[in-house]
Design a protein around this ligand. Sequence first.
Ligand SMILES: C[S@@+](CC[C@H](N)C(=O)[O-])C[C@H]1O[C@@H](n2cnc3c(N)ncnc32)[C@H](O)[C@@H]1O
Length: 305
Amino acid sequence: MSAPLLLHSLSELRTILLCLLAAADARSVVEIGSESGAFTRELVAFASNRGGGVTTVEPRPAPAILELARTEPTLRLVEGRSPEALARVTAADAWIVDGDHNFWTVVHELDAALDLGEAAERPPLLVLHDVAWPCGRRDFYYDPEGLPSDAVHAHTFAQGVVPGEPGVVATGGIRGEGRFAVALREGGEQNGVLTAIEAVLARRPGLELAVIPVVFGVGVIWPADAPWADAVRDLLAPYAGLDLLDRLEQNRLRLYAHVLELQDALRRVDGARNRALGALQDRVDALEADNGALRLELARLKATA
Ligand SMILES: C[S@@+](CC[C@H](N)C(=O)[O-])C[C@H]1O[C@@H](n2cnc3c(N)ncnc32)[C@H](O)[C@@H]1O
């Protein structure tokens, strides 16, 4: 399999994330949003080795996930949309939140995970993806129609976003191409994944947050008084405090935006070239038809001379 142009899966951070789960002594894991199952597979191996299991919540499970759920007894697939589908999920030691990246959904997911943890007297470790640009301060929606209308900002399925631009761009940029929509504006109230985290932390004291600023940003939340809190804090310190990682991420995002711009320009050039070639071919066909008619006329004149 060829390497992806843009790293985007949490599985890229498997080494750090699995160490974190081990530090928090996690056995049971809930994953929201499995996509191709790249990270689900890692989680299942991790949890099975520790005598636990994984529940993955996904409205559109990929064939690989259906197959994994069929063959792997320690994986439970809850087919449905979070947060509604979380009614079918029980407390877990750790949650991996990487489903629909918008304020309303993430607030409800965090509250559900923390409420279940409180009821079970087992406050969980929470790992959230996409807490940095572009979703940190801007809602993305897989299914805006499925959310309460007052939870959805004005959005577009067609236009994209580029670093440093709070609006959307007419061409280029990171965009869903019909698969997901982006809010037209970045920032402001109740907009984005990091904004959702801050809202929940503001009304639930005793939780700590650290952000690893790579691969679109990974936020880790843990109860400050958990017996494993020091281990988690120590593990995260070198990554969360390293400004180089932040600069590398900004750099790759700008480069990727540039690649998208070049790809779009190339498509436009290809389109123009194909249109010019088509017009030339039409002209050649017309000339050949004229030529044929003239030959016939000449033959007719010769025959009657
Ligand atoms: C960014 S991908 C997840 C990537 C995966 N966690 C990884 O790191 O490899 C987001 C996934 O969330 C799913 N999704 C979208 N809305 C959801 C929702 N409301 N609840 C759960 N999953 C959702 C999408 O179908 C998609 O598979």
